[in-house]
Design a protein around this ligand. Structure first.
Ligand code: 0WD
Ligand code: CA
Length: 384
């Protein structure tokens, strides 16, 4: 699976490699059986409040409220006067998740049964720690033709931490968003406000302020073949009337998308959007995605439910479409590649994995650089 090449990576590196291994992401290499993926188990959750303060509880979890099938929500409402936008120039990296791990580490320590012969007291019972969103990017990589990624990996105390680094292209896009695009990003959050109540059996309050600092994140544990994973993802709401009585099965993901008027538009939804929606919800085991279809004026004209588990059936009719097994096998191969490449167990060392469309995954190594993301406060506590 690992192709060797003579090219060292294009990212400046403090260690020279004349024969760095690279990983190919070509689809046909990953079109084998779906790999073992254990049902994700929620091991905890946390909340970020309107000032982005961390709480080790579910205070920001919202409750799904069933709406009219043709609701006519106006997503533009409040954009100019009732919108507080999180500063996306502030890079939080894994910080909130690390804080959650510290506050819950008693639940997470590897027991002798897990085969930890090293005797170190604070090894986590996970090979990988990351955000769900980073794994989503890996899953969609074989089909991505527009945006590359940079993933920083640090091996500390036997666990690989993966944290995204913004690419130059992504930063340019972020800094040069059109006014129209900036407004459309608000629409997704406004839709959540129309669909959710703060309290169980409460009602949505579309007259309130939309504040994108607020978040509820689930933390799940699972396994992809021989890789144990601990990751966190933001959850939009919980359905209190769900037939499932436990997390993450009672969570609901909310999405907005352009109204569908032609078969071609439906086909594009299946081929491009459903890939991202499926990957994002499948990873933490969120079974239901509720989409609001809006017109060009930001009016939600219809709602549709997608069951995550049925999406692969739905897309089978599309020619040359994405395949869930390819996504998961590539992710599995990347994690194996990381385990092979990342050998120095040192929180000051970052292996920077980089990928651009139509290229292989390559990497470079950096010690004490701007990429270091594990903090002294975390390392100190975890080695106590
Ligand atoms: O690069 C990232 N995606 C990072 C996200 C880097 C560091 C931290 N985070 C934080 C986010 O601020 C958020 O609190 O992680 C949390 C979400 O992580 P995730 O669930 O792993 O991210 P993802 O699956 O990409 O996005 C889930 C939702 C999005 O919903 P939609 O329906 O649009 O996919 O999280 C929100 C967004 O609502 N979200 C963000 N909110 C604020 N800042 C961000 C962001 N950078 N990214 C996603
Ligand atoms: Ca959402």
């Amino acid at each position: 699976k690992y192709v060797r090449s003579n090219c060292s990576s294009d990212v400046s590196s403090s260690v020279a490699f004349s024969h760095s291994p690279v990983l190919s992401v070509r689809r046909h290499l990953y079109d084998m059986d779906f790999p073992l993926y254990k049902q994700p188990v929620e091991v905890g959750y946390f909340s970020l409040d309107s000032s982005r303060r961390f709480f080790n509880d579910a205070r920001m979890l919202r409750h799904y409220v069933e709406a009219d099938r043709c609701p006519n929500f106006n997503l533009r409402d409040g954009y100019t006067d009732r919108f507080i936008k999180r500063d996306d120039g502030i890079k939080e990296r894994l910080d909130h998740l690390l804080r959650w791990i510290l506050e819950n580490r008693s639940k997470l320590q590897r027991t002798p049964v897990d085969g930890d012969a090293s005797g170190s007291s604070c090894r986590l019972s996970a090979d990988f720690v990351t955000w769900r969103g980073h794994l989503t990017k890996l899953l969609t990589t074989p089909y991505e033709t527009q945006e590359g990624w940079l993933l920083a990996v640090t091996l500390f105390n036997g666990t690989y931490y993966i944290s995204e680094v913004e690419t130059e292209a992504a930063r340019r896009n972020r800094e040069n968003r059109t006014e129209r695009h900036a407004e459309m990003m608000y629409w997704g959050y406004k839709f959540e406000q129309y669909m959710c109540a703060d309290e169980p059996s409460g009602l949505p309050d579309p007259s309130g302020v939309v504040n994108t600092n607020e978040a509820f994140c689930t933390v799940v544990q699972t396994k992809l073949t021989d890789h144990s994973l601990l990751f966190s993802g933001e959850v939009d709401c919980r359905d209190d009337s769900s037939r499932f009585k436990a997390a993450p099965s009672y969570y609901v993901e909310l999405k907005t998308s352009a109204e569908i008027c032609t078969p071609k538009q439906r086909s594009n939804l299946h081929r491009y959007k459903l890939l991202k929606w499926w990957a994002q919800s499948f990873l933490p085991g969120v079974p239901r995605i509720i989409a609001g279809f809006r017109d060009n004026d930001g009016l939600v004209v219809s709602l549709e439910t997608f069951e995550t588990a049925k999406i692969s059936q739905l897309i089978k009719h599309e020619q040359n479409c994405w395949k869930p097994n390819v996504c998961m096998n590539l992710c599995n191969a990347f994690l194996s590649f990381v385990k092979k490449v990342v050998t120095q167990d040192d929180y000051r060392v970052v292996y920077l994995f980089s990928w651009e469309p139509y290229k292989d995954v390559s990497y470079s190594v950096h010690k004490d650089s701007e990429y270091t993301f594990l903090h002294d406060w975390y390392v100190r506590e975890m080695t106590k």
